[in-house]
Design a protein around this ligand. Structure first.
Ligand SMILES: Cc1cc2nc3c(=O)[nH]c(=O)nc-3n(C[C@H](O)[C@H](O)[C@H](O)COP(=O)(O)OP(=O)(O)OC[C@H]3O[C@@H](n4cnc5c(N)ncnc54)[C@H](O)[C@@H]3O)c2cc1C
Length: 459
C-alpha cells in the first residue's frame, strides 16, 4: 500500500504534532508516524511524569517538615507508592490521549502506528505501508544510554522509562549519574523514603553548571540524607544475592556501594540507529545526532530533523521551538533560526535551578569584561517566610553593552523567576530596565532589581 503526502512527520514528540497541525491547517496532506506512545518522552517518561512525582515528593517532604510551620502531623509520614504512580499515570495518560486524539481527529492528517524507516530519500516504510513525500520531518527523539560498563548486564537496572512502572519503594536506590535526570529521581525517591546513593564519575555534581552551583546542589541533596559518591572513574557492577553491587574504582575493590536497585542516568542517545538513514544519505554528527543547519535542514534536501535527535537542545521547549522554526520557514516565509534561541532550562530538584544564558565559567572563558551580582536565598524575605532558604541567585552582565549574559537561580521559585531575566535577554535590553522595574512584594523576583543595583566587577 503506497501513498504520497505533502509532508511526512516521523515521531509524535514535542515538535512533530504542532508542526503537523500547522501544515494540515494550511490544507497540506500530512502523514504522521508513531511507533510507541503518543507524546514521546516528555509526556510518557520525561518531564510530565517526573514533575508529577516531584510534586508527590515535595508533599512528603513538607509533611515531614510540618512542625517547622507549627503544624502537627500525627505519626510518621509514609508514602503510598502505588498511589504516587497512579497519580502520575493519570496526569501523563491524559496528556498522551490528548495528543493521540487530537492527531487522529485532525483534518488532512493521517496517523500511522508503527516503526518508520527510510527506503530511499523520499520514501518511508511503516509495516506494509510505503509513504512518499518531498518533505520529511524527523522528530524521533532519544532514549537512555545503557553504558558499556563491566557487569551492567548482571544487575536488573532501571532507566527513566522503566522507572515509570515502579509502584513500590526501593529499599536502597543507587543512581548512576549525578546530573539532571539522576538528581531529580534521587531526591524524589529519598523523599519517598528510599535510601539513595548518587554515584558520579566526575569530581562534582551537574558538571555543566558553575562550581558554586554544583557545591550548593550537593549540600542540598546531602542535607536530606542522600549519599554522594564522586570521582567514580571506573564503574562496574556485580551481584551479591539479590543485591546489586556497584564498584566505584576498578583498582580499589573496597570502594563499593551495595543496594537493592540501580538507576542508570548517564545521558541519552538519539533514536537514529534504526531509521534507515543510510538509505536516505542523511549525515550524522560525531555524537550520532542528525546533522542540521541553523534552519534544521539535514544534509539531504527536503529532510529536516527536529528536537532531541538533532542534538541542538535536549529539552521539550527546544524541541517545540524547532517545530516553530520549521513551520515559520516553510509556511510563513519567516526565516527563524536555532541561533535566535537563548539557552534556558531548569533542574527540578527542590529547590529548583533556573538557568538562562551563559554560566560564570563561560563568561570568564569568553574573556569579556563583566559584572556580577549574587545574593543567597537566606537574604530574600519570601524564601525566609517560606523557610526555604537554600541556594542563591547569580546574574552576569556585559560591562560594556550592559546586556545580561546569563543567570543561575537556585532557590525556591527559581524555575519561574528566571523568566524575568530571560525575557529581557530576548529583548536585548540593558539590565537597567529590570533594575528600575518595580516588582511585587514579597516575591523572590523583587530581589532581582536589588541584585542588579549591587553589581561588582567580575575579577
Ligand atoms: C527523566 C526525564 C525528565 C525530563 N524532564 C524535562 C523537563 O523537565 N523539561 C524539559 O524541557 N525537558 C525534560 N526532559 C527532556 C524532554 O523530555 C525531551 O527533550 C523531549 O521530550 C524531546 O522531544 P522530542 O520531540 O525531540 O522527542 P521525543 O519526545 O522523544 O519523541 C520522539 C517520538 O518519536 C517516536 N519515534 C522514534 N523513532 C521512531 C520511528 N522510527 N518511527 C516512528 N516513531 C518513532 C518515539 O516513539 C517518540 O514518541 C526530560 C527527559 C527525561 C528523560
Amino acid at each position: 500500500m503506497s501513498a504520497n503526502y505533502d509532508a511526512i512527520v516521523i515521531g509524535t514528540g514535542q515538535a512533530g504534532p504542532s508542526l503537523a497541525g500547522r501544515m494540515a491547517a494550511r490544507g497540506m496532506n500530512v502523514a504522521i508516524v508513531e511507533r510507541k506512545l503518543f507524546g514521546g518522552t516528555c509526556v510518557n517518561t520525561g518531564c510530565i511524569p517526573t514533575k508529577t512525582m516531584v510534586a508527590s515528593a515535595y508533599a512528603a517532604h513538607m509533611a515531614r517538615r510540618a512542625g517547622v510551620y507549627g503544624v502537627n502531623v500525627e505519626g510518621t509520614v509514609s508514602v503510598d507508592m502505588a498511589r504516587v504512580k497512579a497519580r502520575k499515570d493519570a496526569v501523563s495518560g491524559k496528556s498522551r490521549t490528548g495528543v493521540e486524539g487530537w492527531l487522529k481527529g485532525m483534518k488532512n492528517c493521517t496517523v500511522y502506528e508503527g516503526h518508520a524507516r527510510f527506503e530511499s530519500p523520499h520514501e518511508i516504510s511503516v509495516g506494509e505501508h510505503r509513504l512518499t513525500s518531498d518533505r520529511i520531518f524527523l522528530n524521533v527523539g532519544g532514549r537512555a544510554i545503557v553504558p558499556d560498563m563491566p557487569g551492567v548486564d548482571q544487575v536488573p537496572y532501571l532507566t527513566n522509562s522503566s522507572m515509570m512502572a515502579v509502584d513500590f519503594l526501593p529499599k536502597h536506590l543507587i543512581v548512576i549519574g549525578g546530573s539532571y535526570v539522576g538528581l531529580e529521581f534521587g531526591q524524589m525517591f529519598r523523599r519517598f523514603g528510599s535510601e539513595v546513593t548518587v554515584v558520579e564519575m566526575g569530581p562534582r555534581l551537574v558538571h555543566k553548571e558553575d562550581e558554586d552551583v554544583s557545591a550548593a546542589i550537593r549540600e542540598i541533596v546531602e542535607s536530606e540524607g542522600i549519599s554522594v559518591r564522586l570521582n567514580a572513574k571506573c564503574i562496574a557492577f556485580s551481584r551479591s544475592g539479590d543485591q546489586a553491587v556497584v564498584h566505584l574504582d576498578c583498582e580499589d575493590d573496597a570502594r563499593t556501594v551495595t543496594g537493592t536497585h540501580v538507576l542508570l542516568a548517564v545521558g541519552r542517545r538519539p533514536n537514529t540507529d534504526d531509521l534507515g538513514l543510510e538509505k536516505a544519505g542523511v549525515a550524522l554528527d560525531a555524537h550520532g545526532n542528525i546533522a542540521v543547519d541553523d534552519q534544521l535542514r539535514t544534509s539531504v534536501p527536503g529532510i529536516w530533523a527536529l528536537g532531541d535527535c538533532n542534538g541542538k537542545g535536549g529539552f521539550t521547549h527546544t524541541a517545540y521551538n524547532d517545530g516553530e522554526i520549521a513551520s515559520a520557514n516553510l509556511l510563513d516565509n519567516d526565516p527563524r533560526r536555532v541561533s535566535d534561541r537563548i539557552t534556558a532550562y531548569a533542574l527540578y530538584i527542590d529547590p529548583p535551578l533556573g538557568r538562562a544564558g551563559m554560566t560564570e565559567a563561560e563568561v570568564r572563558r569568553s574573556g569579556r569584561k563583566a559584572l556580577i551580582g549574587k545574593r543567597p536565598m537566606a537574604r530574600i524575605a519570601r524564601a525566609v517566610e517560606k523557610d526555604e532558604t537554600q541556594g542563591f541567585i547569580k546574574i552576569l552582565i556585559d560591562a560594556q553593552t550592559h546586556e545580561i549574559l546569563g543567570a543561575s537561580i537556585l532557590g525556591v521559585g527559581g524555575d519561574e523567576v528566571i523568566h524575568s531575566i530571560l525575557d529581557v535577554m530576548y529583548a536585548k535590553a540593558p539590565y537597567t530596565v529590570i533594575q528600575r522595574a518595580v516588582h511585587i512584594h514579597p516575591t523572590v523576583s523583587e530581589l532581582i532589581p536589588t541584585i542588579l543595583g549591587e553589581l561588582q566587577p567580575l575579577i
